[in-house]
Ligand binder design. Structure first.
Ligand SMILES: [Ca+2]
Length: 356
């Protein structure tokens, strides 16, 4: 389009003014190229801003009072061992299960959880397991078969699956990170490594690293974003980014891990929860967010959304794009006006020259 404009302008004006116009168009087209990046940067996951750290939902060294103090904001269960340097959910031993749970329900509508973890053990390639799960669920401290937590859970789970159970699923490498949202009706199928119920995922080398390994989970305006920082580059790499996710407030954060015939040390170093400063419409704010049922609209047919009184939430992930398109249209408008204006100005000048 910009090239087309350049051609039109070249034919309409003299060579000298065309070069000026080219510079103008080059500048404006640079603006157009830069604009999407500005919006992308805006949408990127943030690094933790200490101001917005919610201590009551965070697990930070040296984990004072955990499990022993009545005012403790974290409970633990099973094989979990709390030291001053790490919370070990399982040791590198067979058939262990452990978990740690925030005792304070989270009433933030938009949040970001940064988890520093460490998975390490003596098992050689493919001879280790099973992995860690990070939870945001209705219930807490319910041990079970899903990485040490109950099946048919209600809420969100992130699985850091280090052992490949499904030998047919050779198209992906392990460890594999995946997300699942459940309203309690779906089972987690270990035999398929949860593939039937996953919303998205990525492979990530997270085991036996000498450097720190991190995972970030952001939930804001119906969008779930998961980033990993496991390559010692101090930068987030996108793993999962999906819209149309609905999660209520009032659920609990937790982490669990399990070993089977194969094992690993599954350690949590920290869980830092940040409140995101996001504005909501009065309509959104007037709803009772604790009553929302966990769901993902992408997995439903459009028909299912019609009778949903809160279905309007689902369009919110598009807002960023709408804003971008509006800005793009505005900029294109400016470009067209500038080109037309310059052509008109040039023609007038030429007409004036003829009179002298
Ligand atoms: Ca598995």
């Amino acid at each position: 389009m910009v090239l087309e404009m350049t051609r039109i302008v070249e034919s309409a004006t003299s060579l000298q003014s065309a070069s000026k116009m080219k510079r103008l168009i080059k500048f404006l087209s640079t603006c157009l190229l830069v604009l999407p990046h500005l919006t992308l940067v805006h949408g990127d996951i943030t690094d933790g801003n200490a101001e917005h750290l919610k201590r009551e939902h965070s697990l930070i060294k040296p984990y004072q009072g955990i499990g022993t103090s009545p005012s403790s904001q974290w409970d633990f269960w099973g094989s979990t061992l709390v030291t001053s340097q790490y919370v070990r959910l399982t040791p590198d031993e067979k058939s262990k299960q452990g978990s740690i749970w925030n005792t304070v329900p989270c009433f933030q509508k938009d949040w970001e959880m940064h988890v520093q973890f460490k998975v390490h053990g003596s098992g050689k390639k493919n001879l280790h397991g099973d992995g860690i799960a990070i939870w945001y669920t209705k219930e807490r401290l319910h041990p079970g078969p899903v990485f040490g937590n109950q099946d048919h859970f209600v809420g969100l789970a992130l699985f850091l699956d280090t052992f490949r159970n499904d030998l047919h699923g050779m198209d992906r490498s392990f460890p594999y990170i995946s997300a699942m949202v459940n309203n309690g009706t779906q089972p987690y199928d270990h035999g398929k490594d949860g593939r039937n119920s996953e919303l998205g995922g990525c492979s990530a080398e997270i085991r036996n690293k000498d450097h720190d390994t991190y995972l970030a989970i952001r939930y804001s305006k119906g969008r779930l974003t998961v980033m990993v920082d496991v390559d010692d580059k101090n930068e987030w790499k996108e793993c999962i980014d999906i819209g149309g996710v609905r999660l209520p407030t009032g659920y609990y954060f937790g982490a669990s891990a399990a070993t089977g015939d194969l094992s690993d040390h599954h350690d949590i170093i920290s869980m830092k929860m940040y409140q995101l400063m996001v504005e909501h419409t009065t309509e959104e704010d007037s709803l009772d967010w604790t009553k929302i049922e966990p769901s993902v609209s992408l997995l439903k047919s459009p028909k299912d959304n019609i009778d949903d009184p809160t279905g309007n939430f689902r369009s919110t992930p598009l807002t960023g794009w709408k804003v971008f398109l509006l800005l793009l249209c505005a900029l294109l408008g400016i470009v067209v006006c500038a080109v037309v204006g310059a052509v008109v100005f040039q023609k007038r000048q030429e007409r004036n020259k003829r009179f002298y």
